[in-house]
Write a protein that binds this ligand. Structure first.
Ligand SMILES: [Zn+2]
Length: 110
């Protein structure tokens, strides 16, 4: 996904489709549904809100938005434009990192 694909991230987060290991495992494109960084099931919620791999990006965003949880995410995004843009950028940055990890794995197996 190109960083300029601002419409694509929300589809991927909301549907859970894309490069998340749980989804890729379900469609038989990955050997495991687990996160390569921590071993938990790698779905959209895990990647955005839980995984330590993206903790630095999440911490930067939470300095602007306050705590991000599954229950607060939409409320935070709708609070104001500043929070919307911060979460939007977090999603894009994390998806970019996830895509890079998946591409690196593909290159190693080719
Ligand atoms: Zn993880």
């Amino acid at each position: 996904m190109a960083k300029s694909d601002r419409g694509g991230w929300i589809r991927r987060w909301m549907s859970g489709h894309g490069t998340f290991a749980a989804y890729r495992h379900r469609i038989e494109k990955a050997a495991s549904p687990h996160c390569g960084a921590c071993g938990d099931v790698e779905n959209a919620g895990h990647v955005l809100l839980e995984c330590d791999r993206h903790a630095a990006l999440r911490t930067e965003t939470e300095a602007i938005t306050g705590s991000l949880t599954e229950g607060s995410l939409i409320t935070v995004m709708l609070r104001d434009e500043h929070c919307w843009k911060a979460v939007d950028q977090l999603c894009l940055d994390i998806l970019f990192e996830v895509d890079e990890v998946v591409a690196a794995r593909r290159n190693r197996t080719m």
